[in-house]
Design a protein around this ligand. Structure first.
Ligand code: ATP
Length: 333
C-alpha cells in the first residue's frame, strides 16, 4: 500500500501559483524549502465521508499513486512524495513548465512530419514502457501530453494524469466506461474487457469526429473514419498509414514524402481552438451521455461497488463536469 506522509506539506514546501486545475483540485507550483528546488503539487480533495458526493475516494488516489510510483521514465511525469491531511492528498510531482504539446504546436508557423515523428516517438516510448509494466493509461489525449521545456531544442514530452490508469493483473478482467469521446477506444464504449491496446487510439485530429458526441462514439464502434482531404491532403501516406495501423492495418514505407510534407497548421489551429471550446461544451453534453452509459453499465453485470459509483455520479451530474465522472465509473470485474 502506498505510504502517504502525515506531515504538513506547507512545513516542507512553499505553495506557489496555480498551474492548472483538474476536477478534483488544483496543481500548483511548490518550492521545497530545504533545497529551493521547484516542483508541482497536485492537491486532490478527498471524500469527507461515506455519504459524501464530492472529492475522491482515498483508494482511487492510492491507485494513482501506486501506479506513478512504479513508473520511472523520461517521458512520464515523475512522482516525488505524497502528503495526506484530513481533507486532501498532495502529490509532489515533477514540474512540467512547457505547457500542453498541442498549444506549443498551434503556436508554431509550421510543423513537419519529421518533427511530429520526434514527438510521437517520445509519446510511444512512454506508452510502451507503461504497457510493458502492464499499466494502461486510459486517458491519453492532447491535454495529457505536456512539454517539459518548450524552449529546449529537443523538448522532452511528459505524459501526465494517471487518474484513470489501471494495472492489469493476470487472470483479472478490467472494464471501464471512462474516457473522452474523441479519443475513446471502441472496446470501452462496448464495455468489453480492456487491454493496453485501448491506449493506442490516439491522434491529434480525431478521424472519427462526428457532429455530436453520440455520432463520434458511433463512428468509433463502427470503425467508420475518413481522412478528410481538407485536413489530410498534405499528409504522407505513411503518416495516414500509421493512424490506420493503430486501427489495425498494414504499413507501407514512404520515408521520402515524410520530410516534404507538413501538418496543415491552419486546420490544426482551428482544430485546437474548436477542441478547447468543445472541452467546455462537453462538460454539459457528456453529463447526459454518461448518465445514459451508467444505465447501460447497470444493465450489464454491475458489481455492488460499481452500482454505488454510478449512483453517486448520477447525483454529481447536476453540478459537475463530465470528466469528473470518469474515475468513478472505472471498475474491475
Ligand atoms: P482531470 O480532471 O483532467 O482528470 P486531474 O484532476 O487529474 O485532471 P491533471 O490533469 O493531472 O489533474 O492536472 C490538471 C492540469 O494541471 C493539467 O491540465 C496541467 O495543465 C496542469 N499540470 C498537471 N500536472 C502538472 C505538472 N506536473 N507540472 C505542471 N503543470 C501540471
Amino acid at each position: 500500500m502506498a505510504v502517504f506522509k502525515l506531515e504538513n506539506v506547507e512545513d516542507l514546501y512553499e505553495i506557489g501559483v496555480v498551474l492548472g486545475s483538474g476536477h478534483f483540485g488544483q496543481v500548483r507550483e511548490v518550492r521545497e524549502r530545504a533545497s529551493d528546488v521547484l516542483w508541482a503539487g497536485k492537491f486532490l480533495k478527498l471524500k469527507r465521508g461515506a455519504g459524501s458526493r464530492l472529492g475522491l475516494e482515498r483508494k482511487s488516489v492510492e491507485k494513482e499513486v501506486e501506479i506513478l510510483q512504479s513508473l520511472q521514465h523520461q517521458n512520464i511525469m515523475g512522482l516525488k512524495d505524497v502528503f495526506e491531511s484530513k481533507a486532501e492528498v498532495v502529490l509532489i510531482i515533477e514540474l512540467i513548465k512547457g505547457g500542453e504539446l498541442f498549444d506549443f504546436i498551434a503556436e508554431k508557423e509550421n510543423l513537419t512530419e519529421t518533427e511530429a515523428i520526434e514527438f510521437m516517438k517520445q509519446i510511444l516510448e512512454g506508452v510502451k514502457y507503461m504497457h510493458q509494466k502492464n499499466i494502461g493509461h486510459f486517458d491519453l489525449k492532447p491535454e495529457n501530453i505536456m512539454l517539459l521545456d518548450k524552449h529546449a531544442s529537443n523538448a522532452d514530452i511528459k505524459i501526465i494524469d494517471f487518474g484513470m490508469a489501471q494495472r492489469f493483473i493476470q487472470g483479472e478482467e478490467y472494464r471501464s466506461l471512462g474516457g473522452t469521446p474523441q479519443y475513446i477506444a471502441p472496446e470501452i464504449i462496448n464495455y468489453e474487457p480492456l487491454g493496453t491496446a485501448a491506449d493506442m487510439c490516439l491522434s491529434g485530429l480525431s478521424p472519427f469526429q462526428g457532429e455530436t458526441d453520440e455520432e463520434t462514439l458511433k463512428n468509433i464502434v463502427a470503425m467508420n473514419y475518413e481522412f478528410e482531404p481538407h485536413y489530410f491532403s498534405q499528409t504522407s501516406n505513411m503518416a495516414k498509414d500509421f493512424i490506420q495501423k493503430l486501427l489495425v492495418k498494414d504499413q507501407t514505407t514512404q520515408i521520402a514524402k515524410r520530410n516534404r510534407s507538413s501538418i496543415n497548421m491552419k486546420s490544426f489551429r482551428k482544430f485546437n481552438a474548436k477542441r478547447k471550446w468543445r472541452m467546455s461544451f462537453n462538460m454539459v453534453s457528456a453529463c447526459n451521455r454518461f448518465t445514459r452509459l451508467q444505465l447501460l453499465c447497470k444493465a450489464r453485470s454491475p458489481g455492488e461497488e460499481e452500482l454505488r459509483d454510478c449512483e453517486s455520479d448520477q447525483e454529481d451530474t447536476a453540478t459537475k463536469p463530465a470528466s469528473l465522472l470518469r474515475r468513478r465509473l472505472s471498475s474491475n470485474s
